[in-house]
Write a protein that binds this ligand. Structure first.
Ligand code: ATP
Length: 281
């Protein structure tokens, strides 16, 4: 048996930092949205051990790969002696704010539950996932959701499916930890109105969604990589309905009415880095 999985990227329609939790972590409130852009992951059974192949130069193939840690955690939680060979075909840009690693981890946890016939519930898988990455539970759930706490307290939301999205990833990698370290509440310029975003999504009004896009981490990453502001400006000048940095960046996403418009903008921005046209799902 061989299992092929689609591990989808996410964008943040909003990202707010509410404060600090007793353990020092940041308490967040985010509206998360899955997009069609995905990595393909193929699981093949092997007698023992965990093997990973991935051609992307920035993705480790040993114990540092998040999918390795997910597979290992599943072995430990269940005591299974089964092994797996994992092939990752990377399409999602790495260290980009698109939860590439987390989406891979989420897919592998769900896939191995099947391949190894473990019978764990979604809740149990999410708990194991959360111990390895705060975005993993959302990646398992998919769609549109409000994420609170460290990102693991999830409420599914009504979203807008099929909305064209342009992604532009400038050629710089960003460390999520470093961006959070640089965050200062008193430096926030624009805070999301999370309730308004939820209402906007429920009403299906794209203009209203676009107006409510906001991410408090944007100013932090922008100060390190000013090209993020240029990309946003260029997208808006070309007629995007709204543009925002996703997660801790540096990827910028923009909303448009049609895929054709998306392809036109993508073509004009190719010199800025990796560019994709995708859709919400
Ligand atoms: P997030 O939005 O969750 O912060 P990200 O998109 O910013 O994620 P990732 O693409 O997950 O960042 O990569 C962060 C780091 O994790 C990379 O530098 C990479 O070396 C490492 N990594 C480990 N496993 C993976 C994986 N399966 N896919 C991509 N990166 C991985």
């Amino acid at each position: 048996m061989e299992i092929t999985l689609e591990a989808r990227a996410k964008i943040n329609l909003t990202l707010d930092v509410l404060g600090r939790l007793p353990d020092g972590y940041h308490e967040v409130e985010m509206v998360m949205q899955t997009v069609e852009l995905h990595d393909t992951i193929i699981l093949r059974p092997q007698n023992q051990g965990i093997g990973i192949v991935c051609q992307h130069p920035l993705v480790p193939t040993g114990e540092d790969n998040l999918v390795y840690r997910c597979a290992r955690a599943l072995q430990q939680a269940t005591g299974t002696g089964q092994g797996v060979h994992i092939e990752i075909q990377k399409r999602i840009p790495v260290a980009a704010g698109l939860a590439g690693g987390s989406s891979n981890g989420a897919a592998v946890l769900q896939g191995l539950n099947e391949l190894w016939n473990l019978g764990l519930t979604q809740q149990e898988l999410m708990e194991i996932g959360f111990s390895l990455g705060a975005d993993i539970p959302f990646c398992m759930m998919g769609g549109t959701a409000l994420a609170k706490g460290k990102g693991e307290v999830l409420t599914p939301l009504r979203g807008i499916k099929g909305l064209p999205i342009i992604l532009v990833k400038p050629p710089v990698g960003v460390s999520t930890a470093e961006v959070y370290r640089g965050f200062r509440q008193d430096k926030v310029v624009r805070r999301p109105d999370t309730k308004s975003m939820i209402n906007a999504l429920a009403s299906g009004n794209i203009e209203y969604v676009a107006r409510n896009l906001a991410n408090v981490l944007e100013t932090v990453t922008l100060s390190m990589h000013p090209e993020i502001a240029l990309i946003k400006d260029e997208l808006m000048a070309m007629g995007a309905k709204g543009a925002l940095m996703s997660g801790s960046g540096p990827t910028v996403f923009a909303l448009t009415d049609t895929l054709e418009e998306g392809f036109r903008m993508a073509k004009a921005l190719e010199h800025r880095g990796e560019v994709f046209v995708t859709r919400t799902c």
